[in-house]
Design a protein around this ligand. Structure first.
Ligand code: ATR
Length: 282
C-alpha cells in the first residue's frame, strides 16, 4: 500500500475555522509555481469539534496530506494532539506547522522564526537593541517574546492594557521580561532600541495613541505585526521622527518558509514579487 509520503503531487493544507481569508495558499502557490514543483496547498475549513478527527486522518494517512498549517482556533489543539512537539512550540503551547514522519504527526511553531527572519532580512543588526518594548500580550505576542528572549535581548518589557496578561507572559518566559500597564509606555521608550506592536491598535483604521518615539535611541527600530494598513499609525509616527521601520507583511511571508521546505523539499525565497502578490490581495 502506498502511503501519503510517497504520493505525488504532495498535498498540504491550511486548516482553520473560519479559513476564507487565509493568504497562505497565495504564498505557497507562488512558491510551487516559481520552483516548478508539482504540489498542492489548499484551505480546509475544520470546525473545532472535527479537528481531532482531522489530525487522526492525517496520522493514519487517510487524507493524502503530507502536512500543513493550522491557524485560529486550532493552534493549541494541534500542540496537544501532535505526537512530537518541538521545545519552542511546547513552551508556547501552540503550533502552526504540522508534518508527517513515519506515521507520526510532528508540530512546530514558525511565528517566532518568521518575526526574526523578517527583521534579519530587512534591518540587520536590530538585535543589538538592549531594551525592547513589546506592546500587546495576546497570542501573537507570545512567539515574538520567546524569539526575542532566545535571540538574547537582555531587557524585554511587555506592555498591555490588561496588565495581568502581561504578567502571565513574564511568568512563562522568565527573567529578561517585565510586565507593565499602558501608562508605563512612554517612559519605557526612553532609550529603547526596539519597539514591536503586537496589539490590534492601528489595525484596519483603528485608533492608535501617539507614542514618544522621539525618546528612543536614534538608531532604534520600530516594527508592527499589523500589515493592514502596511504603514500603520505607529510606523508613520516613527518615520516622522526619523526612525527606521519594518512593516509586518514580511513576518507573514517568512513564517511560511519552514513549512514549505518540510512538505515540498525545497527552501523557498521571500522575494519582492511575492510581497507584491500578497499586497495586491490586501
Ligand atoms: P492576537 O492573538 O492577535 O494577539 P488578542 O489575543 O485578541 O489577539 O490580543 C490583542 C491584543 O491587543 C491584546 O494585547 C489586547 O489587550 P488586552 O489584553 O488588554 O485585551 C490589545 N488591544 C486590543 N485593543 C486594544 C486597545 N483599544 N487598547 C490597548 N490594547 C488593545
Amino acid at each position: 500500500m502506498r502511503d501519503s509520503r510517497e504520493t505525488f503531487p504532495r498535498r498540504a493544507f491550511v486548516a482553520g475555522y473560519p479559513i476564507k481569508h487565509s493568504r497562505s495558499p497565495l504564498i505557497h502557490g507562488y512558491w510551487l509555481r516559481e520552483l516548478g514543483l508539482e504540489g498542492e496547498y489548499e484551505k480546509v475549513a475544520v470546525e473545532p469539534e472535527h479537528f481531532g478527527r482531522f489530525i487522526e486522518d492525517l496520522r493514519q494517512q487517510k487524507s493524502a496530506y503530507c502536512g500543513g498549517n493550522v491557524t485560529i482556533p486550532h493552534k493549541e489543539a494541534a500542540c496537544q494532539l501532535a505526537d512530537h512537539v518541538d521545545p519552542p512550540a511546547e513552551e508556547l503551547g501552540a503550533a502552526n506547522t504540522l508534518w508527517l514522519e513515519e506515521g507520526k504527526v510532528f508540530a512546530t511553531n514558525t511565528d517566532g522564526i518568521g518575526f526574526v527572519s523578517n527583521l534579519d532580512a530587512e534591518h540587520p543588526g536590530w538585535d543589538q537593541a538592549e531594551r525592547a518594548v513589546v506592546l500587546g500580550a495576546g497570542g501573537a505576542s507570545r512567539a515574538i517574546l520567546q524569539s526575542l528572549r532566545d535571540r538574547g535581548i537582555s531587557e524585554i518589557h511587555v506592555v498591555n492594557r490588561t496588565v495581568d496578561r502581561a504578567r502571565e507572559l513574564v511568568d512563562r518566559f522568565g527573567a529578561p521580561l517585565h510586565a507593565h500597564g499602558m501608562e508605563a509606555l512612554d517612559g519605557l521608550l526612553d532609550g529603547a532600541g526596539l519597539f514591536v506592536n503586537t496589539s490590534s491598535l492601528g489595525m484596519d483604521g483603528a485608533e492608535a495613541p501617539h507614542l514618544a518615539f522621539d525618546k528612543m535611541k536614534s538608531n532604534a527600530l520600530v516594527t508592527d505585526i499589523v500589515y493592514v494598513p502596511l504603514v500603520t499609525p505607529f510606523l508613520a509616527q516613527a518615520q516622522e521622527v526619523g526612525l527606521a521601520t519594518v512593516d509586518g507583511l514580511g513576518m507573514l511571508l517568512h513564517q511560511a518558509v519552514p513549512g514549505f521546505e518540510k512538505w515540498f523539499g525545497q527552501r523557498p525565497k521571500v522575494t519582492p514579487e511575492l510581497r507584491q502578490l500578497v499586497l495586491d490581495d490586501i
